[in-house]
Design a protein around this ligand. Structure first.
Ligand SMILES: Cc1cc2nc3c(=O)[nH]c(=O)nc-3n(C[C@H](O)[C@H](O)[C@H](O)COP(=O)(O)OP(=O)(O)OC[C@H]3O[C@@H](n4cnc5c(N)ncnc54)[C@H](O)[C@@H]3O)c2cc1C
Length: 456
C-alpha cells in the first residue's frame, strides 16, 4: 500500500486534513466502538462534495485504503483504517426540509438527531434508528429499522434519491429516474458503491407519539414474548416497539432498590392518534404487572434520543444478528435461557418487528432482500471495560449460537460484526448476484472495500 501525499491533499481540500502529527488525531481516528484501534495516515473532514471527490481521487491514485465515516456507529469499525485515508463526514450534517413537498435532504454526515430535530419542527418524520447519534447515511444504506418501520417501511423505502461520489471521483444522482441500478443497490447494499454526500427522504406527518419503556419481571418474560409474537402479527401499523432484555439503569422512574436488576422490557411507540395511545398500550399492560415505566405522550424525536445515555461513545462493541420469520416456542425458550444473563447495563437484546409496510416492498425491489422476515434480532454486546471483553463476547456468541439455528441464516447487514463477512451472500440472498453486477459497474477495483464487502 502507498501513502497519501499530505501536502497535496491539504492543498486540494478546503476542509481539514488531520494526520498523526496533528493535535486531535486520536479523536479523529476513533470510532464509536472503542475496540477498534486503527491509525489512518489522514482523516479528511470535507466541507463540500468537491472535497469528498478530491479525497476519493487521492486514495484511488495512491492505491491506499479508503474508509467512509458517517455517524461512526458501525460495530466492525469500517469508519477508520490503518495507513489509509478516512473521509469523516461529520462536518457535513445539514438537513434541509421542504415542508410543502414533505421531503428532507440530509448531508452524508448527519445523525438521526440532526434529522429528527429538523423535521420535527414541521411535524414530520421518516423511519430512522432508535438512537439519535447514529448516522443517517450508514443506517439507511443498510436498510434502516426503527419505530416507524411497520407503518412507513424501512428508511430505504422512504429514500427518494441520493447523491454519490463514485470510485472515479464523479458525482452521480441515484433515483428511480437516474442511475436506477445504483439507486437499487444503495437501498440495502451499504457503503459499497461510493460516498453518499446527501440523501433525500419522503416524510410522514408524525409529531407526538405515545409510548416509552416498560419493565416486567423476568418470570413474566415468556408471557411478554408470547404476547408480542401474537399481537405484533396484525397490530395496527402505527404500533412500533420491541421487547428487550435490559438491566435497569439508575433512572428516576425505576424504584431505586431495583436499579441493576435484570428485566424483560418492552419499548412501545404508537404513532397513530395520540388519544388512542393509552388503549393501544393496554394489551401489554394486561400481560403482567409493570414494575416501572416511563410511558406517555412525547415528541417522536424525544423517544429517539431517550436511550442515548445507555450507549455513549467509547464502549466496547460485539454484536450478532439474525432475521426471524416465526418467533417459535423454541426461539422463545432460547431467549429465556440467555436473555437473563445480559452482563452489563449497556448490553441488550432487541427483537425488532419488520412486518407491516416493510412487507409491501418485494424482496428484489431493493437490495434489502429479507422482506418475508417478521423480526430482526440483535444481540448487542456493549460494555465499558476492555478487561471484560472475553466474558461479554462469550455471552453474545452463546446467545447467538442458541438462536441462530432457529432463525434465518441471514441477518441485517447493519447489525453484523467484523467477523461476519462470510455471511455476505446469505445476507443479500437473491440480490447478491445483481449487487455484484452493480459493483462491477461503479467500483470495479473495489476501492470501497471497507464494509460488509460485495466483491466485484
Ligand atoms: C448504538 C447503536 C444503535 C443502533 N441503532 C440502530 C437502529 O435503531 N436501527 C438500525 O437500522 N440500525 C441501528 N444501528 C446499526 C447502524 O445502522 C449501523 O451501525 C450503521 O452502519 C451506522 O451508521 P453510521 O453512519 O453511524 O456508522 P459509520 O461507522 O460511520 O458507517 C458505517 C458504514 O456505513 C457506510 N457509510 C456510512 N456513511 C456513509 C456515507 N455517507 N456514504 C457511503 N457509505 C457510508 C460505510 O461503509 C461505513 O463504513 C445502531 C448501531 C449502534 C452502534
Amino acid at each position: 500500500m502507498g501513502a497519501p501525499n499530505i501536502e497535496q491533499l491539504r492543498d486540494r481540500v478546503a476542509g481539514v486534513v488531520i494526520t498523526p502529527d496533528d493535535e486531535g488525531y486520536d479523536d479523529a481516528r476513533a470510532v464509536y466502538n472503542a475496540m477498534i484501534d486503527k491509525r489512518p495516515a489522514a482523516v479528511v473532514r470535507p466541507t463540500s462534495v468537491a472535497d469528498v471527490a478530491v479525497a476519493v481521487d487521492h486514495a484511488r491514485e495512491a492505491g491506499i485504503d479508503l474508509a467512509i465515516r458517517g455517524g461512526g456507529h458501525g460495530v466492525p469499525g469500517f469508519g477508520t483504517c490503518d495507513g489509509g485515508v478516512v473521509i469523516d463526514l461529520s462536518t457535513m450534517r445539514t438537513v434541509a426540509v421542504d415542508p410543502s413537498a414533505r421531503t428532507a435532504r440530509a448531508n452524508g454526515g448527519a445523525t438521526w438527531g440532526d434529522f429528527n430535530d429538523a423535521t420535527a419542527a414541521h411535524g414530520l418524520a421518516t423511519t430512522g434508528g432508535i438512537i439519535s447519534t447514529t448516522g443517517v447515511a450508514g443506517l439507511t444504506l443498510g436498510g434502516g429499522i426503527g419505530y416507524l418501520a411497520r407503518g412507513h417501511g424501512l428508511s430505504i423505502d422512504n429514500l427518494e434519491s441520493a447523491e454519490v461520489v463514485t470510485a472515479d471521483g464523479r458525482t452521480a444522482t441515484a433515483s428511480a429516474r437516474e442511475h436506477e441500478d445504483l439507486f437499487w443497490a444503495l437501498r440495502g447494499g451499504g457503503g459499497n458503491f461510493g460516498v453518499v454526500t446527501s440523501l433525500e427522504f419522503r416524510l410522514q406527518p408524525v409529531q407526538e407519539i405515545y409510548g416509552g419503556p416498560m419493565f416486567f419481571e423476568l418470570e413474566d418474560a415468556r408471557a411478554v414474548l408470547e404476547w408480542y409474537r401474537s399481537f405484533i402479527a396484525d397490530a395496527p401499523e402505527e404500533f412500533g416497539g420491541f421487547p428487550a432484555y435490559q438491566i435497569a439503569p439508575p433512572l428516576p422512574f425505576i424504584p431505586e432498590e431495583r436499579h441493576g436488576d435484570t428485566f424483560i422490557a418492552f419499548v412501545a411507540c404508537w404513532s397513530g392518534p395520540i388519544e388512542q395511545g393509552e388503549s393501544m398500550l393496554k394489551p401489554i399492560h394486561d400481560v403482567a404487572p409493570v414494575v416501572a415505566e416511563h410511558v406517555g405522550a412525547m415528541p417522536y424525536a424525544a423517544l429517539n434520543a431517550a436511550f442515548d445515555g445507555l450507549v455513549p461513545p467509547g464502549l466496547q462493541h460485539y454484536w450478532k444478528a439474525n432475521f426471524v420469520t416465526e418467533l417459535t416456542d423454541d426461539i422463545i425458550d432460547a431467549h429465556l435461557r440467555h436473555g437473563p444473563d445480559v452482563p452489563v447495563v449497556n448490553s441488550t437484546v432487541h427483537i425488532y418487528p419488520i412486518n407491516g409496510a416493510v412487507h409491501r416492498v418485494g424482496a428484489t425491489e431493493t437490495a434489502f432482500a429479507h422482506r418475508q422476515a417478521n423480526f430482526a434480532t440483535v444481540v448487542a454486546g456493549m460494555w465499558p471495560d476492555p478487561a471484560q471483553n472475553e466474558a461479554n463476547i462469550k455471552w453474545v456468541r452463546d446467545y447467538s449460537e442458541a438462536t441462530a439455528p432457529l432463525s434465518e441464516e441471514a441477518g441485517y447487514i447493519n447489525f453484523m460484526a467484523g467477523d461476519d463477512q462470510s455471511r455476505i451472500r446469505a445476507n443479500y440472498g437473491p440480490n447478491y448476484d445483481r449487487l455484484v453486477e452493480v459493483k462491477r459497474t461503479y467500483d470495479p477495483d473495489n476501492l470501497f472495500h471497507l464494509n460488509q464487502n460485495i466483491a466485484p
